[in-house]
Design a protein around this ligand. Structure first.
Ligand code: NAD
Length: 348
């Protein structure tokens, strides 16, 4: 079967790992000759070339820091010298806060050099690539370019000022370039990936945020993460339960039994959520002796590469199916452990 990109030449910046490596492999699998490019991770770039060649494809590695004009110009020249043309470009090289290579900084703390470096690679880097790629593609009267931005271009994430600004800037840059080239046979687009597995960025993020040994306590960028938010929800529930119990038992230290009464009579309704400043942060919660789930509604979140984003409304389980299963399982457990189930009719 004919391959989609047979006889074509593709350039992939940031091809030493992650999204770029996979992109380069796909171009090669579809028959393109691929220039794999990256700045410092030469070993990774050469590894991508090796993977492509081992799979029967054609690729060459060119070292290039995309933030340096002369290096970008030389990369495009070399691409044309080696393979005679440039049909596709995937301007994918980028850096962002991951807690390892680039720290997280709030705007008020962000050192200028982090801002400059991020903008230099993510925005100026793509500008320089576009500049020289378009010049070559105009000679050929055709071409297609894809830039990698991020969902961060559209969503604010604390600690990601330089990154989000660079990626948002990329959207504007792409629109202008696409319009300018619209009648020249050159298509220019930007993709905004969300969470992407097996990239250094995500590996570093998860190892610093999820497996960190208390380091996040010093790092305000954890605010808004799912773990942080879960802690806040637990805090709200505990405090509200104690408040409820103190209404009944008085403002004094409470026993475990009394706090349990508070928990089983908890009613954080829409009005209370508003008073707490937690509208949209957690579902209204009405707990009873019979129902410790408080309705059991869930919302799904998705990791977008920088933070958890809520992607659904509250979804309640079908209690007519789930409840009997819970009761059956609870009865079995009580029997196994010799527990006498509480009588909830006496619990209010
Ligand atoms: N991983 C994600 O979840 C995610 C989400 C949204 C957007 N992105 C974007 O996708 C792109 C690829 O990132 P990834 O996740 O594969 O991460 P990655 O760190 O594995 O890859 C980034 C690549 O860019 C290269 N690079 C960095 N600075 C460079 C420079 N100055 N010149 C040339 N190359 C340079 C690196 O060597 C590497 O090959 C980036 O633009 C990133 O912002 C990633």
């Amino acid at each position: 079967m004919a391959k989609k990109f047979e006889g074509r030449v593709a350039l992939v910046t940031g091809g030493a790992s992650g999204i770029g490596r996979v992109g380069a492999q796909i171009f090669a699998r579809e028959g393109a000759k691929v220039i794999v490019s990256t700045d410092a991770n030469i070993k990774g770039g050469e590894e991508t070339v090796k993977l492509i060649k081992n799979a029967g494809g054609e690729a060459t590695f060119i070292k290039c820091d995309v933030s340096r004009s002369a290096e970008v110009e030389a990369m495009i020249d070399n691409c044309v010298k080696i393979y005679g043309r440039l049909d596709y470009a995937f301007n994918n090289a980028g850096i962002g806060p991951d807690g390892k290579r680039v720290p997280f900084y709030n705007v008020a703390d962000c050192p200028e050099e982090i801002w400059d470096r991020t903008l230099d690679v993510n925005l100026k880097g793509v500008f320089l690539c576009l500049k020289y790629e378009i010049r070559q593609m105009l000679k050929q009267k055709r071409g297609a370019i894809v830039n990698t931005a991020s969902t961060g271009a559209m969503k604010a994430v604390p600690g990601f000022a330089a990154y989000d600004a660079s990626k948002a800037g990329l959207l504007g840059l792409t629109r202008v370039a696409a319009l300018e080239c619209a009648t020249s046979g050159i298509r220019i687009n930007t993709i905004c990936p969300g969470p992407t597995d097996r990239t250094l960025l995500v590996e570093n993020l998860t190892s610093t945020i999820i497996k960190g040994k208390g380091e996040m306590a010093k790092d305000r960028s954890r605010i808004g993460t799912v773990y942080y938010n879960r802690g806040v929800v637990h805090g709200i529930i505990s405090v509200e339960a104690i408040r409820k119990a103190q209404e009944k038992y008085g403002k004094k230290p409470l026993t475990g039994e009394q706090v349990r009464w508070g928990l089983e009579n908890l009613n954080i309704d829409a009005k209370r959520l508003k008073e707490l400043g937690a509208v949209g942060f957690m579902q209204p919660l009405k707990v009873s002796c019979l129902d410790h789930e408080g309705g059991g509604a869930v919302r799904f979140q998705q990791w977008d590469g920088q933070r958890w984003v809520v992607i659904t409304d509250w979804i309640s389980s079908d209690q007519s199916i789930v409840r009997p299963m819970i009761e059956e399982s609870a009865a079995k457990y009580a029997k196994e452990k010799g527990i006498t189930p509480r009588d909830c009719s006496a619990a209010s």
